[in-house]
Design a binder for this molecule. Structure first.
Ligand code: S3P
Length: 181
């Protein structure tokens, strides 16, 4: 059993949701995907929210959801790729959790997101790889604030889950749960 949350952040297509779901299953704890909570609450897809209500509205709802889910304990939480841009979101997530940033090569991200119809920041782009590189560069300072970082470019989901299990067993802030993990 884990006491603190394990929070996955990182760019689109780095594997946050699939990894979070498998990790939660391995640890036998709840899995929360903040995008899924937003979609359910707004009753529309992410891309539709961006289109109809705008990105600023999406970010406001995202912050409310993050504040709520951050109060839980012992869960695996997967956040949207832009969540950590707002410092208050990262502070809330760190209050009860260990934040792990998943990264991947831009070409791998492009491959993994190319069929997605629900990523508005990439949908309209005429040069997706350039957009990916640009946003990654802009967000690098925020992603670097994570407690740990894992490059999933050459990882299966199982590999990434194993790497996270290793981190939480060794993490000094997590040690208190070592016997329980
Ligand atoms: C976003 C990433 C998306 C979703 C929205 C905004 C971003 O989540 O929250 O499209 O700003 O990078 P995923 O990272 O799960 O695709």
């Amino acid at each position: 059993m884990i006491e603190r949350n394990i929070v996955l952040t990182g760019f689109m297509g780095t594997g946050k949701t699939v990894t979070g779901r498998m990790l939660a299953s391995v640890l036998n704890v709840d899995f929360i995907d903040t995008d899924a909570v937003i979609v359910e609450r707004e009753n529309m897809a992410v891309a539709r929210i961006f289109q109809v209500k705008g990105e600023a509205y999406f970010r406001d709802v995202e912050s409310v959801v993050i504040e709520e889910v951050s109060r839980r304990k012992g869960c695996v939480i997967s956040t949207g790729g832009g969540a950590v841009i707002m410092e208050k979101n990262l502070l809330a997530l760190k209050k009860n959790g260990i934040v792990i940033c998943l990264t991947a090569d831009p070409a791998i991200i492009l491959l993994r997101t190319s069929s997605s119809k629900d990523r508005p920041l990439l949908l309209k782009s005429k040069d997706a790889i350039a957009t990916i590189r640009h946003i990654l560069k802009e967000r690098r300072p925020y992603y670097l604030k994570a407690d740990h970082t894992i490059d999933t470019s050459a990882h299966s989901t199982e590999d990434t889950v194993k790497a996270i299990m290793g981190i939480i067993k060794e993490d000094k802030d997590y040690a208190g749960d070592k016997d329980k993990a």
